[in-house]
Design a protein around this ligand. Sequence first.
Ligand SMILES: NC(=O)c1ccc[n+]([C@@H]2O[C@H](COP(=O)([O-])OP(=O)(O)OC[C@H]3O[C@@H](n4cnc5c(N)ncnc54)[C@H](OP(=O)(O)O)[C@@H]3O)[C@@H](O)[C@H]2O)c1
Length: 266
Amino acid sequence: MHSRSPALHNYFFKKYGLAGSYVPLAIPPERLEPALRALAPLGFAGCNLTIPHKERALAIVDEIDNAARRIGAISCVVVRPDGSLWGTNNDVHGFARNILQHRPGWRADAGPAVVLGAGGGARAVVYCLVERGAREIRLVNRTRERADTLAREFGSSVIPLDWEDRHRALDGAALLVNSTSQGMIGQPSLDLRLDALPSIAVVVDIVYIPRETPLLAAARRRGNPTVDGLGMLLHQACIAWKYWFDLDPEVTADLRETIEATIPKT
Ligand SMILES: NC(=O)c1ccc[n+]([C@@H]2O[C@H](COP(=O)([O-])OP(=O)(O)OC[C@H]3O[C@@H](n4cnc5c(N)ncnc54)[C@H](OP(=O)(O)O)[C@@H]3O)[C@@H](O)[C@H]2O)c1
């Protein structure tokens, strides 16, 4: 219901003059498999998946790529010419491309990263940071066991921490990422004191409704560079178009403004 994907992808259909459209489909979990199998006969080029389907779909599609396997979730399905289904996780590249568009010199190995959350979004973030050479990822999650699981899966650079330690964990960090649902419209703000965070640390929120979450507003006020979550959504959508239609749309100012206009600012 919150998704901006229909507005976003239909912008691309218009831009390229393609006779097609992107539709939101509310599929109950028990109907996911027949729904995915119906994509090919119904003439779909593919689909995106959101909560709660990302993990379950992994076991349904015919083939997945390495990123999806490591993350344990797919966000994008491609219908191949023979009707079989291929799954990948575009959130990974969407996350990195978004930061790089705002901070072209950004490097994952610039210093310790603090990632809050251990759900589907966090898994893509952690995978991305590990792949890009991050040496220390402090992973803080409300449910400690989920952070432990991620640390086991992604290796020794991921250090799981208790939720109570989140304020202290910011000491000396070069990157802070919120990948919890806190700060999203309808949810309480993320309860985090930024005092220990160096002012040069890049602060990223993958929540994109509102555009400026309370975390990003607080970080901006104290002088930290900030990156909002909308860009991640826009970039992962561009990547999907390469898979679906072999086209390379870019995240332009016009695209951003068009989608921003549909999202409350604060
Ligand atoms: N910008 C993008 O393209 C993009 C992509 C993916 C996701 N997102 C956004 O990222 C957010 C998370 O999505 P997701 O798919 O990762 O969701 P998810 O799998 O449901 O995970 C939610 C995370 O938030 C934590 N959390 C929930 N309530 C909390 C609370 N009261 N205090 C502290 N932590 C709490 C959960 O901790 P527990 O483990 O303790 O439950 C978990 O780590 C959503 O707002 C989503 O829209 C954005």
